[in-house]
Structures are given as C-alpha cells and as structure tokens.
Design a protein around this ligand. Structure first.
Ligand SMILES: Nc1ncnc2c1ncn2[C@@H]1O[C@H](COP(=O)(O)OP(=O)(O)OP(=O)(O)O)[C@@H](O)[C@H]1O
Ligand SMILES: [Mg+2]
Length: 599
C-alpha cells in the first residue's frame, strides 16, 4: 500500500498548490464544525441559563471567563456566522479537491494510453484488447470516483475529526482519553472489511475484463461466429462469466452492507459508556450542563466522521485495487529504442546475417537466415503457411528483436538507429488491412498529417483510390467496413505511397478478390513498387514472375533461392509450392497468370 501511495503521489505533486488551498479550506470547515457544539454549549448556559454560574475555562492556560452577565445573543450571532462561513468553505474545498482529483485522473489516463502505445508488438499478443480497454476506461473510472468525491470527503472528515478531538479533550480529557481506548474496537473491523473488499474488487475487475473481451471478440468477429454456428457456445461462455460477476458483486455488496450496521452497534455502546461517566462528573460539579451538552454534541458529531471513514476506507481500497492494475502497465518497459543514430535514406543493401528468432524460447521460427537485398531489387518470399514469412519481414522494422544474428541496412546494424528513423524508411502493406474510422483523406495521410492536398491526390490516383472515391471527406466506418476488400487494400496502398519510403514490405493477401478488384489492386501495387526496394511475400504468380529473386522458406530456413526459371528447373520445394499454389490459382487477367495457368 505504501509504494502505491508514493506512486500516486507522483501524479498529485504537479497540483500540490491546489491541494494546499483545499487543505486550508478543509481546515476552516473542521475548525468551525468543532466550534459549533462549543457555541451551542455556551448558549445553553447563557441564553437558556442551564447553569447557575456559566464559566468558560480555557485549558492549559488556566484562563477563566465568567459569562453570568451576558444574555448570550452574541453567541447566537456567532453560531449563525460560523455556520455560513463553514458552508462557503465546504463548497470551495469540494470543488478544489475535485479539480485535483480530475486532473490526476486525466494524467493517469494519458500516461496509461501512451505507455500502452509504446509497448512492443509482443505485448499486444499476450494482452487482449478488451482487457486493455477496461484498464483505460473502467479502472481509471474507479480512481476517478475516489479522486473527485471520496478524496474531498476524506479531507473534510479528517479535519472535522481532528478538531472535534481537540474539542472533547479541551472539555474533559479523561472522558476523551477513554474514547481513544475504546477506539480500536471500532477500527479493527474497518481494516478487515477494507482488505476483503479490495480482494473482491480485484477479481470483479478481472471478470469484467474477461466479459469485455468476449464481447469484443464475438461482436467484431460475428461473421466467424455465425459461420461456425457458435452462437450457443459463445452465449454459454458469456453466461459463465456473467454468473461469476453476479456472485462477486453480491459478495461485495454483502460485505459492504455489513460494515455499516456493525459499526453503528459498536458506536452506540461507546456513547452509553460515556454518558455513565459524565453523569458522575455533573453530580460532582466538575462540568456545567452547557459543557456537558457541548461534549455530547461533539461526541455524536465525532461518531459520524469515524463511521464515514470506514466507508471512505473501503472506497480507497477499491481504488488501490484498480491503481495496482494501472501501475502494472505504467511501469512496464517500453519498446527498446536505444539507437541514437538517424538512418540516412536507404541507398545500398539490406542484409540479414544469420538471423534467428523465436516467439517463445525453445520454439525457433527462424533458424539462421542469411540474405541480401540490393537497392532497387524485388525479392519474393514464398513458403507454406506458417513457414515464417510474415515473421521474417516483421523483423526489419524491429516489430520484434532478434534472438540471435544481425540485420544491417547499408552496412549498419538496425539496432543502432532510432526506431522512428528506421520505420520512416519502411512502408508496409499487410495481409489484413487496418484502417481508422475517419475520412478517406485522413486514412491516406495517416502518419503524415501535414501532407498537402496535391500529394494526397497523387497517392490516391496512383493507388486507383480515386476510382471509387467521390469525396475525400467521406468517412469509411469502423475499420473501413463501408468499403469492399479491394477498396480497403487500395486505400492502404495509397497510404504507403504517400509515406514514400524507399523500402517496401508487401504481405500479399491470400483472400480472394474478384477478378476485377484483383487487377485493380495489382495495378496499384505496381505503381507503389515503382522505384522502391521491395520485399514481397508472394501469393500471386504475377508477383513471383516479376521478382528479381525468389527465396523459398521452410522450417525457418532458406531452402532455395533464384529466379522463377531457375527454381522451376530445380524441381525442389519451389516447384512443389508452385504446383500446389499457382497451378490451381484461378486465371488472372494479367499476362503472366494466363501463361502460368496453361503450363
Ligand atoms: N505472436 C506469435 N506468438 C507465437 N507464435 C507465433 C506468433 N506469430 C506467429 N507465430 C508462429 O510463428 C510461425 C510463423 O508464422 P508466420 O506468421 O511468420 O507465418 P507465415 O509464413 O507468414 O504464414 P502465412 O502464409 O499463413 O501468413 C507459425 O508457426 C506461427 O504459429
Ligand atoms: Mg503471413
């Protein structure tokens, strides 16, 4: 709990002056709250003449004021003024504290989002999207409630508590001391309930994240759910989670509702014990009736903040549970970006030098790849599904770091370059197109929002996007769902064109487009490859034929390398793949495809 407080403190520190203002206002509230019972006590003695000789004794300095002469009107006025000032200070303190709380929440949320964005790709494979969304929204929300409401309440109650304690000690320290002796009786259950609630809150959040994850998966992948008739099974999976959430919520509620009545019962015993003692004090004339009334009011008032503190403690525990999960992410290391040098524009060669890679240790995916791609060359990679083609090209922009070996660009290890400068030189068009719910223009200019209208138009034209676009300001829907597959691909090609990077990575889609879209995408790709060094994971025969060199990948190694003609003559792995993949490929409108089909 301690380190958590100090970690949270780092977020509060920038707003420390607002916190000081809030603390001062809160102290005024506490002071006046404690003064009220005192004033009421004096009013009892003076206005109502409850005691024969009303005397105010100020403890520790031994000053005494005889109030027999006063009719007490001044104290009535003071009572009204005190109440008014207290209300104003309370209003101010609540709002200032809320400001601090909301600012902390905003900073936490931003920090969390940025930290997640900077995680290596690996992180996103092991952390489902739904869970991450729940951290940034639900967990931060939990802290938000505490930071804006509970914190203000806590400060106010703490100030009231302190000043009321001073009041009762001033009136009768023995009676007050007895209250402290009895206090653990009230506080122990508070601690116990807090612990229990924190535990329950944590499991509850985990289940909620699981639920969000199922929701996200089945809604976003609804087509697959339908295709496999998995509606029943998914509904069953969902029911199991909601049942667990139901049980957890119930237990949380039960624990929560038990804590209040229990404290109340304990409180009433304490009050009764105090009354017994006070009776003898009054009888021995060690106290005026007014002071006795003041003590009782202060005591009753004191009971309220103590009781509330237990509720506040519970909320704090819940927030600590949530912040535990938030700080887990905030303290993760970001993507390793240790390179200092800026990569000059690529001009000579890319070398893979004995590259080894494994996603999980012990399961090698790439097992000693050595390979050179010259400037301006088109290198095609072929291999069966799962051979490691995507993995290999993902190493170039350092989406993953090598287990062993080096990758060099123009003779220098890519780890020596700043990530940003490395990735700027590489344009990627992937198998699954990722677009953002924004306009066509914004999607083309993604990564280069400063791009001029002219550049965007040129990219759109070269990628044949202008064929289906009526206005660049059209929004394309969530993940581009308002576009066809081929249109989405051409849009992503336009995006790569605008980036104008010297190195191009193409992970061709295997998903079949209709013949006409295929031809359009093919044409757009040709335009994109123009004048660039291209590494293409080839599924189309036309691409393979066009490549300067082809490598065939299997078991994490390069099995064969050469031109199409050379490899066909070898009758090896490429020949097998070629027969499997391309001979059965439906006829394509390009010249090469027609030739390939008739062989
Ligand atoms: N994030 C990951 N974590 C663990 N293993 C992975 C991960 N991504 C891929 N793999 C494994 O690495 C191997 C190579 O995968 P890769 O995606 O590179 O294949 P591929 O050649 O591109 O296949 P395809 O033609 O189907 O796209 C596969 O066995 C795959 O299961
Ligand atoms: Mg792949």
């Amino acid at each position: 709990m301690k380190p958590m407080l100090s970690r949270l403190w780092a977020y509060v520190r920038p707003h420390v002056w607002m916190l000081v203002v809030s603390l001062s206002l809160v102290s005024v509230v506490g002071l006046l709250e404690a003064a009220t019972p005192f004033l009421i006590g004096i009013i009892f003695d003076t206005v109502l003449k409850a005691s024969a000789t009303p005397v105010i004794v100020i403890p520790f300095v031994n000053a005494q004021f005889d109030l027999s002469a006063s009719d007490g009107t001044i104290f009535l006025v003071l009572l009204i003024v005190a109440t008014a000032v207290k209300a104003a200070a309370e209003y101010g303190s609540v709002n200032v504290t809320a400001y601090v709380g909301q600012a902390v929440v905003r900073d936490l949320r931003n920090g969390l989002f940025e930290r997640i964005l900077l995680q290596p790709l690996r992180f996103f494979h092991s952390n489902p999207t739904g869970e991450l969304i729940s951290r940034v929204s639900a967990d931060v929300e939990r802290i938000q409630t505490v930071a804006s409401e509970t914190l203000a309440e806590f400060l106010k109650q703490a100030a009231i508590l302190i000043f009321l304690l001073i009041t009762i000690f001033a009136i009768d320290w023995k009676l007050a001391a007895t209250s402290l002796v009895l206090a653990p009786l009230v506080f122990y259950p508070t601690v116990w309930f807090g612990k229990r609630l924190r535990l329950l809150s944590r499991s509850n959040q985990q289940e909620m994240a699981e639920m969000a994850n199922i929701l996200y998966e089945t809604l976003a992948g609804n087509r697959i759910v339908k295709a496999f008739s998995m509606e029943k099974a998914e509904a069953g999976r969902f029911r199991k989670v909601t049942q667990r959430v139901f049980k957890l919520n119930l237990r949380q509620r039960m624990t929560h509702s038990l804590s209040s009545p229990l404290m109340e019962i304990l409180g009433v015993f304490v009050v009764a014990a105090f009354l017994l003692y006070a009776r003898s004090q009054i009888a021995n004339q060690r106290m005026t009736v007014g002071l006795f009334v003041a003590f009782i009011i202060a005591l009753i008032k004191l009971y309220d903040p103590v009781r509330r503190m237990s509720g506040i403690n519970n909320s704090f525990q819940q927030a600590f549970g949530a912040s535990g999960r938030i700080f887990e992410i905030l303290e993760l290391e970001t993507e390793r970006d240790s390179g200092r040098a800026a990569l000059p524009r690529f001009s000579d060669r890319i070398e893979f030098d004995d590259v080894h890679f494994a996603y999980e240790s012990g399961v090698p995916v790439l097992d000693g790849i050595s390979l050179t791609v010259r400037h301006g060359e088109v290198l095609a990679i072929v291999g069966s599904s799962g051979a490691g083609k995507t993995t290999l090209v993902n190493l170039l922009p350092r989406f993953y770091d090598l287990t062993h070996g080096r990758i060099l660009i123009d003779g220098k290890d890519i780890r020596d370059f700043q990530l940003h400068s490395l990735r700027q030189q590489i344009a990627i068009v992937t198998q699954d197109v990722i677009l953002f719910n924004d306009t066509i223009r914004a999607n083309i200019a993604y990564g280069g929002p400063a791009a001029g209208e002219d550049a965007i138009r040129r990219a759109a034209k070269a990628a044949l996007v202008d064929e289906f676009v009526t206005s660049f300001d059209t929004r394309i829907g969530e993940r581009g769902l308002r576009l066809s597959g081929g249109e989405r691909q051409r849009l992503s090609i336009a995006r790569a064109l605008l980036k104008d990077a010297p190195i191009l990575i193409l992970d061709e889609a295997t998903s079949s487009l209709d013949t006409q879209s295929e031809a359009l995408v093919q044409q757009a790709l040709e335009n994109l490859m123009e004048g660039r060094t291209t590494i293409v994971i080839a599924h189309r025969l036309s691409t393979v034929r066009r490549a300067d060199r082809i490598i065939a990948l299997a078991d994490g190694r390069i099995k064969e390398s050469g031109t199409h003609e050379e490899l066909v003559l070898r009758r090896g792995l490429y020949w097998k793949l070629y027969n499997l993949q391309f001979q059965t490929w439906r006829p394509m409108p390009t010249q090469e495809a027609a030739e390939g089909g008739s062989r």
